[in-house]
Design a protein. Sequence first.
Length: 256
Amino acid sequence: MKEGYVTIAIGSKYMDMAKCLQATLKKYDPGRKLYIITEKDLNKNKVFYKSCTTTFERFGSFPKIWLHEMTPFNKSIFLDADVLCASNPNHVWKKFKYRRRFIDSLGAYKRNYSFKDKFFKKFGKKLYLSHGGLIYIDRQKYDAHFMRTIKNVWYNIDEYLCGSGLTYQNSRDDQLIHSIAKSLHNNRPLPLVSNRVMTFVGKGDFEHPRFKPSWYACKKWYDVDKKWDKPFPFYHMFNKKFADEYNSMFRKIIDK
């Protein structure tokens, strides 16, 4: 299959969200299917999998790093299971195709890792934070050199952290690994706040944008003042505790 979406759903909570994502994608992008990766899809005999030391590394980092082997599509957009599609995403596909990369993502330039200055001093590379909620994969542009870098960063993470420790669930999370590897390859991600691709929805700012004449991208988390006159295609419900707001957003998208 040529193009489609991928998400990971390990556990009933994530499967429920994946089905909501699937329903919204069917509404706004019916021509592209969603493939849901479950635990049975994981190659647990892979040396990389056996090197995982936490539950998050096994079920979060591992499948995201090896998406190109698990997706059935030549070109894929991976979305976290807690993402919802709220408008036609064709322009997003066009953006990533135009960039012609094996692995691509959105960059959160208002945020960065605390060791970014030490990283630059040691490696001479500016550290870009690549967000893990959306990842573009083009298997036909497979880059063996980049994957060797991914493995090297994974197995030698302390060297690249420059004295800092692991922060997210005490794990080598996929976002950290991708950020370091892409920075070493001068692979600057697509700026999140200046492109109409994905925004974040949390408590108090979850209203569907089709009910507003204009609205803000990532206003609270990234402190951005950029206004848009069209809705973003993807909404990332970054705080899953707000179940009522997630359900409200889903119903507004489906019922519109």
